[in-house]
Write a protein that binds this ligand. Structure first.
Ligand SMILES: [Zn+2]
Length: 215
């Protein structure tokens, strides 16, 4: 009889674990070993994590100079997570083509690191379906940063020109970009300024606007 009860407990335990009845077990906190830039870290177990839903300016790599605000973004990310314990939340896709884990990063006090990066104006919203759990939260944080001129949004200057946005991918392009010219009429939206595109949650195409928001 005891044997059967024991077996039942094991079955119940396994079921509870996989069905999410015991989320506490999945909420493991891991220490951050290295901060690479404003959106990438390495954990104590060697796993590289790319923050989902945002993009921070690139630091210097392959002889390319650092993009504006890249070092500020790195420093701010470091002050938040360096040598700290973090918890990862994943979305539909758990890794990218570089074998990095894709995650929403939280501190023990509940700080949502992805959101703080955007709120500081040192990263912008990068929409990527199907990983869209915190889409609205992140866009709201960006609009706050834009309104108060934080980080990259301060002293914003740009001439009115014309950009083509894709409602489906939420990327925007220069008029001359072949990718932009291929957007279907149904998905196409015009922006007169980059600012308006960012405000609506669109991010710049890497092919035609490699340097990100600031020229
Ligand atoms: Zn483009």
């Amino acid at each position: 009889m005891m044997q059967i009860i024991k077996k039942l407990w094991i079955v119940l335990f396994i079921w509870a674990f996989f069905s999410g009845v015991m989320p506490a077990l999945a909420e493991e906190f891991l220490s951050v070993r290295k901060v690479y830039d404003g959106d990438t870290i390495e954990l104590q177990n060697g796993v590289h994590v790319r923050y989902i839903g945002i993009n921070a300016p690139e630091i210097s790599h392959e002889n390319l100079p650092a993009e504006p605000f890249a070092l500020e973004a790195l420093a701010f990310n470091e002050t938040m997570v360096s040598s700290r314990l973090v918890r990862l939340q994943t979305d539909q896709e758990t890794s990218d083509q570089y074998h990095r884990m894709l995650g929403y990063v939280f501190l023990k006090d509940g700080t949502f690191v992805n959101q703080e990066m955007v709120r500081s104006g040192l990263a912008y919203v990068l929409y990527k379906a199907p990983n869209t759990t915190y889409d609205n939260v992140l866009l709201k944080a960006q609009q706050e940063a834009m309104k108060s001129g934080k980080g990259m949004w301060g002293n914003w200057k740009e001439k009115n020109t014309s950009y083509s946005g894709n409602r489906s991918s939420r990327r925007f392009h220069l008029k001359t970009c072949a990718l932009g010219q291929r957007i279907s009429t149904q998905n196409r939206i015009q922006f007169g300024r980059k600012w308006d595109a960012f405000w609506a949650g669109y991010s710049p195409c890497k092919k035609c606007m490699g340097q990100g928001p600031i020229e």
